[in-house]
Design a protein around this ligand. Structure first.
Ligand SMILES: [Zn+2]
Length: 289
């Protein structure tokens, strides 16, 4: 099923390489282990970070960006690999991580994901059916390819209902998906089955698997360390505590927003999630019936 004889084209890729494309969006590749890469979008809104494991046993792509950037993504992966992408892993259902599934399945890849992710994509009428996961799991599934043990495991009720993270155990690399936004406020999709409590628990699980040398690929933001992840979970726990204090004191959401208890975290703002958005998300969960 997997090709075993092709050359490791990626051996010649520099540790950091930008692949420019016509639409102004490009993926910057950083080698984080033998045949293991993090790809970060540059130029415009690029979608979540990708992971790529490439070698003589085959190629595994983790997430694949927005549908609007499919051509760039496919061209980049073609340049970095020899032979097809055999498997695509989706860390969650959002379109900036699954938007090119259809292009890789058309080229023969099998999409692997949590059961809840497949269900979320089935319920999303805009999603191209040809990109649905064909291999799903409840708790975990493990690849044994290219000398890497790639442990893919479910993180319940965190960013969405169907999050997975990947631990490349020998390489000491973790791909966290969107259970980790590095240096910016996280998006926690409560309507999509996520929760603040599950997000914190998921980050704590990732922390328990990491050490000072672990390279952590976040769903969004630059390559991270244990310290960065610790900082993110500390922020979220403190943010929840600050809002909880005000809820317990009987403050309304408007009064809490006026007080802005997360102003100490202004540097975590970005265009999509601000102190106000973060406050509303946490408040909603704390006051849910
Ligand atoms: Zn997401």
């Amino acid at each position: 099923m997997l090709r075993t004889t092709f050359a490791i084209a990626t051996a010649t890729v520099l540790s950091t390489t930008a692949f420019a494309q016509d639409d102004g969006i490009s993926w910057k590749a950083t080698e984080v282990g033998t045949g293991l890469y993090m790809l970060e979008g540059e130029g415009g809104f690029p979608g979540g970070n990708l992971g790529l494991m490439s070698g003589s046993d085959g190629n595994v792509l983790i997430d694949n960006g927005l549908a609007t950037t499919t051509a760039t993504t496919v061209a980049t992966i073609e340049r970095m690999t020899e032979g097809p992408v055999n498997f695509v892993v989706n860390t969650h259902a959002h379109g900036d991580h699954t938007g090119s599934n259809h292009a890789f399945t058309a080229a023969g890849a099998t999409v692997v994901a949590h059961n809840n992710l497949r269900q979320a994509l089935i319920e999303d009428e805009t999603f191209d059916r040809s990109g649905l996961p064909e291999l799903t799991f409840d708790e975990s599934v493990t690849f044994h390819l290219n000398g890497h043990t790639s442990y893919i495991f479910f993180i319940p009720m965190a960013h969405t209902s169907g999050d997975a993270a990947i631990h490349f155990t020998e390489a000491n690399v973790i791909h966290a998906g969107d259970v980790f936004f590095n240096k910016v406020f996280p998006f926690i999709d409560i309507d999509g089955g996520g929760s603040v409590a599950g997000f914190i628990a998921g980050q704590q699980k990732l922390l328990s698997m990491a050490n000072a040398d672990t390279k952590i690929i976040p769903g969004h933001g630059p390559l991270a360390s244990l310290n960065d992840l610790q900082t993110a979970v500390d922020m979220l726990i403190d943010a929840r505590s600050r809002i909880n204090t005000l809820v317990d004191a009987g403050r309304s959401i408007d009064a809490i927003l006026a007080e802005n208890p997360l102003s100490v975290y202004n540097s975590w703002n970005w265009d999509f999630i601000t102190t106000e958005t973060m406050t509303r998300t946490i408040h909603r969960e704390l006051t849910a019936e």
